[in-house]
Write a protein that binds this ligand. Structure first.
Ligand SMILES: Nc1nc2c(c(=O)[nH]1)N[C@H]1C(S)=C(S)[C@@H](COP(=O)(O)O)O[C@H]1N2
Ligand SMILES: [Mo]
Length: 511
């Protein structure tokens, strides 16, 4: 048997890394033509999010917050790098193991892209390009390196050839990947958003009264600036839908199917409402609650226009990125609740990450079961005939927001000199309103907090209080009562399946 010489370790590893880089770059370039989410790297990222077990997702959101996707991206890059090195090292004698690994990866990419809900048929070209580039580059560089190792060509000549080829591949991968990135950004979504300009509602929200917040002593501003508004979604890359191309189809058990365009919405009388949104995954005391002025049209008007048939009691909605939710028809038609199809937030067109060009906002319902972003499809169905994204993952089918309160000041483990200590925070009971907030320190008697001016029953209500405290460690607790007379239960339950309960408390010290 002929003994083939083995490639040196760094050369073998380099071939693996360059082959993987070429595969990703080729896929990204083709994805620039056929749609961003066809990029194998991004499609695998999205698939990873969808396949991630619930506990791990919660862990990621809790520990990395909105950076969870960046962490995933970096984790994937490191994993791919390591696999590329291993593939190279396994192929020191023959290119076959590396080519097989590259091939398997190509197939994983194809499966991931084919499983995306938002990609067209042509999208599969992107992972196919990846597969060919990965396997091809691996074989080619390996051939050059092997010749050199076998000493077939003059030493200096083949060394230079390998160096030039590798450098060429590295530069080519950079250019291809960069071109793909440019192409995918070329549907200029920010231009589409900018073209909308200031949204002027015909019926603006009443101005926020001066006494509505206790921001000066540590509670949030009453309206959350768009950049600080909490964000929760499963989109690894933001869906890019131009306002000019956006359509909302309302169909299913309706009398007249509707196709609604952005201009149709803008031509209507726009309304504006101040609403506090809450995520079901918010822990007691957590950050996933924010308030904004939403601008749009009553969802009720659009549904009435379609004519809802008797058997339809749920609206099953789908977004441009294939995420789904379902909401009771009764809640969407309820004029007092005032569900909206929103196109604006705090005076501007919706930011991309909050659902541009259009989303749903339903006061009093957790976001996962109502507030669909990038919405493009609403089907009227009979309840029970389909299940939606988070329902499939163990969360409740219907989820009204639970009565809750949070202490914002003092911050956890703060320390103060003896004397007066200011306590402030927020409480919410959307669609009912807050009537009372109580605080107590070290398990002592409850004392009623001062309530800030109410804005409306669909927003948080801020509160403040103070304690005269001596040196030592202290713990302050809060509980709210709604206008129906319900007081927050002390029973601690976790967010899954329908929202957390329990009293928020903060430990701090006086010395
Ligand atoms: N398309 C889409 N819409 C979505 C989601 C999503 O993952 N995808 N997440 C929902 C959840 S769980 C919440 S709490 C709200 C959050 O809206 P925000 O990110 O604008 O705060 O959006 C909802 N709408
Ligand atoms: Mo949520």
């Amino acid at each position: 048997m002929e003994t083939t010489p083995r490639l040196r370790l760094p050369i073998a590893a380099l071939i693996g890394v360059l082959a993987v880089a070429s595969a990703l770059a080729a896929g990204h370039l083709v994805a620039g033509f056929v749609g961003t989410s066809a990029s194998p790297f991004l499609a695998v990222g999205n698939a990873a999010i969808d396949l991630t077990p619930e506990w791990l997702k919660e862990f990621a959101v809790r520990n990395f917050g909105t950076h969870d996707k960046l962490v995933l991206l970096i984790g994937m890059a490191v994993t791919l790098f390591l696999i590329a090195v291993v593939a190279g090292l396994l192929s020191r004698r023959t290119p076959v193991p590396g080519m097989v690994i590259a091939g398997v990866f190509g197939v994983v990419g194809i499966v991931a892209v084919l499983n995306r809900p938002d990609t067209a048929q042509l999208s599969v070209l992107a992972p196919i390009a990846s597969l060919l580039a990965g396997v091809g580059v691996f074989k080619w560089l390996h051939g050059i390196a092997a010749k050199r190792a076998a000493g077939e060509a003059g030493e200096g000549m083949s060394r230079r050839k390998f160096l030039y080829s590798s450098a060429g591949v590295a530069v080519g991968a950079g250019l291809f990947g960069g071109a793909g990135q440019l192409l995918s950004g070329s549907k200029d979504i920010e231009a589409s958003r900018a073209a909308i300009g200031q949204l002027r509602p015909k019926v603006p929200a009443p101005p926020i009264p001066a006494g509505a917040d206790f921001h000066a002593i540590g509670a949030p501003t009453f309206l959350t600036p768009n950049k600080d508004f909490y964000r929760i979604d499963t989109a690894f890359t933001l869906p890019r839908v131009l306002a000019e191309e956006w359509q909302l189809r309302i169909h299913g058990k309706v009398d007249r199917e509707q196709i609604i365009r952005f201009d149709d919405i803008r031509r209507r009388d726009l309304i504006e409402k101040t609403i506090t949104m809450t995520c079901v995954s918010n822990e007691v005391g957590g950050p996933y609650v924010s308030t904004a002025n939403f601008i749009g049209v009553p969802l009720r008007d659009l549904l009435m226009q379609a004519g809802i048939q008797d058997q339809a009691d749920q609206v099953f909605s789908t977004s441009a990125d294939g995420w789904t939710t379902a909401t009771p028809v009764a809640d969407l038609l309820d004029e007092e609740r005032g569900a909206m199809l929103a196109i604006g937030m705090n005076g501007e067109a919706l930011p991309l990450e909050h659902g541009f060009p259009a989303r749903v906002v339903v006061p009093g319902l957790y976001g996962y079961a109502s507030a669909i972003k990038w919405v493009t499809d609403m089907e009227l169905i009979a309840k029970g005939s389909r299940t939606f994204y988070w329902q499939d993952r163990g969360w409740a089918e219907e989820a009204p927001i639970k009565l809750q309160s949070r202490i914002d000041a003092p911050g956890p483990f703060a320390s103060f000199p003896p004397g007066k200590v200011q306590v402030a925070g927020i409480a919410w009971a959307q669609t009912t309103g807050i009537s009372k907030v109580e605080v107590r320190v070290d398990g002592g008697p409850w004392q009623e907090a001062e309530l800030a001016t109410e804005v409306n029953i669909n927003t948080w209500r801020q509160w403040r209080s103070e304690f005269d405290l001596t040196s030592g460690n202290h713990r302050v607790e809060v509980r709210a009562t709604d206008k129906a007379g319900n007081t927050q239960t002390q029973d601690r339950v976790p967010p899954i399946p329908d929202g957390a309960t329990g009293w928020h408390s903060i430990a701090f010290s006086v010395s």
